[in-house]
Design a binder for this molecule. Structure first.
Ligand code: PLP
Length: 417
């Protein structure tokens, strides 16, 4: 078998091998997502696709999502194949394969392939935009104190370098309406504002912002909007094009469960030629987004795993996954929301949150809460103590069972009483 044939055979084998839960999944074909969300038999089967550490209940899937075995197995095959092929792989099908991954990804995120590139993560995607704009002294940017640190640091750096000005707002944990949030951003925009950064989902609370409405308001004032969607792709269903934002960055190793070090940047057509890329690229045709995608040599097998992660995601079904994650969040938050000593920092309305929520206990530091959860109840979470959020971020996953959340709710109630 020649080398080209070998690569072809391997990728066909990859396509042909059944997903672990695939056949079982067919039994539930006609069950509506909101019904299936409550069916622990189905989700137990999905759980069996994972190798879970028995030492604790993992309620911290926010940093990254561990891989189910079907994706992990494919990743190992890709590593072996690339290592076998060596430079031959890099010089023959590397770019063609990456193009295929972009096409598959564009289909999942709801935009044209010509508007996205594969990056390493959200940090790289959004820093490229912040750093790559033509800032002039006195230009302004608006973002929130609840936004992610790496982006805030880059805004500080460009402020020092170019004399642009950062305006920082605060998003309430329990907004009364979309209009309340829009007004906070709108009131901070001036004729000098060039860019608004907003989270699609605020990572410390899980609050989903009304992105489309904010974009509409900002565009009416001539301001571009960059969306931090680190937690959204593969978490809940939406189409980037429907949001009408100018830039969208995400990490595929979070909710799409692609191997670590894979992200995405979306750029609207009219902005592609105006950004300075992180690494300079050869001259390309105007409007070619690949001018922003010079990477140097990197772990290409991670790129190859994008389609396997998408296959796994599609096997579960986007609507089913979203329904299950929202169901799990509501399952535990609804049991503690009215407790006098427990503070849920995430909005109650279904459309303002999905799988992630944040909870604190009155008069208990978040770090103490996280430590006690781990030491006394064997529950792993992450403490958040910044802006208006004091609590632990609770992030279940498709492998989480309601019986695990029962342990968590019981722990909270015991500590709060
Ligand atoms: C809202 C938000 N933006 C950006 C990031 C950065 O993601 P990454 O480290 O994958 O670049 C995170 C990470 O948790 C995040 O929560």
């Amino acid at each position: 078998m020649d080398k080209r044939q070998f690569i072809k055979t391997l990728s066909l084998a990859t396509l042909a091998s059944p997903l672990y839960s695939g056949a079982f999944n067919n039994l539930f074909e006609n069950v509506p997502p909101n019904e299936l969300a409550k069916n622990d038999d189905f989700w137990s089967k999905i759980r069996s696709d994972y190798i879970l550490k028995p030492d604790y209940i993992n309620l911290e899937s926010g940093y990254y999502n561990i891989l189910p075995r079907p994706t992990m197995d494919r990743l190992m095959e890709h590593i072996q194949m690339v290592n076998y092929e060596g430079s031959y792989y890099m010089r023959t099908v590397q770019w063609e394969n990456k193009r295929r991954m972009r096409e598959k990804l564009a289909n999942v995120v709801g935009c044209a392939p010509k508007n996205i590139i594969i990056t390493r993560n959200t940090t790289e995607s959004l820093n490229m935009v912040i750093k790559g704009l033509n800032w002039k002294e006195g230009d302004e940017a608006v973002f929130a104190e609840q936004d992610y640190g790496a982006m805030k640091l880059m805004f500080e750096q460009v402020s020092k370098r170019y004399g642009m000005v950062n305006k920082i707002i605060s998003v309430p944990n329990h907004p009364k309406s979309d209009e309340e949030i829009i007004e906070i951003y709108s009131n901070t925009i001036t004729p000098k504002t060039k860019l608004l950064m907003i989270c699609h989902m605020i990572n410390i609370t899980g609050q989903i912002l009304p992105v489309k409405k904010i974009c509409q308001m900002a565009h009416e004032k001539g301001v571009q909007v960059m969306v931090d969607g680190a937690h959204c792709i593969g978490h809940f269903e939406f189409k980037i094009e429907d949001l009408d934002c100018d830039y969208y960055g995400s990490s595929l190793h979070k909710w799409l469960a692609v191997p670590l070090g894979t992200g995405l940047l979306y750029v609207k057509d009219e902005h592609i030629d105006n950004l300075w890329p992180i690494f300079a690229e050869e001259h390309l045709e105007p409007g070619d987004i690949l001018r922003l995608n010079h990477t140097g040599t990197h772990p290409v097998y991670h790129d190859l795993s994008i389609e396997n992660a998408i296959d796994y995601y599609n096997m579960i079904g986007g609507a089913r996954k979203e329904s299950r994650l929202r169901y799990l969040q509501k399952y535990w938050t609804s049991q503690v929301r009215n407790h006098p000593n427990i503070v849920v920092n995430t909005p109650k309305e279904s459309f303002r949150a999905c799988g992630i929520a944040n909870v604190g206990i009155k008069d208990m530091e978040p770090s103490v809460l996280a430590k006690r959860l781990l030491d006394e109840y064997k529950i792993f979470t992450v403490a958040i103590d910044s802006a208006n959020v004091q609590g632990c971020r609770i992030t279940p996953n498709v492998f989480t069972l309601t019986s695990e959340l029962d342990v968590f709710v019981n722990a909270l109630k015991e500590m709060a009483s």
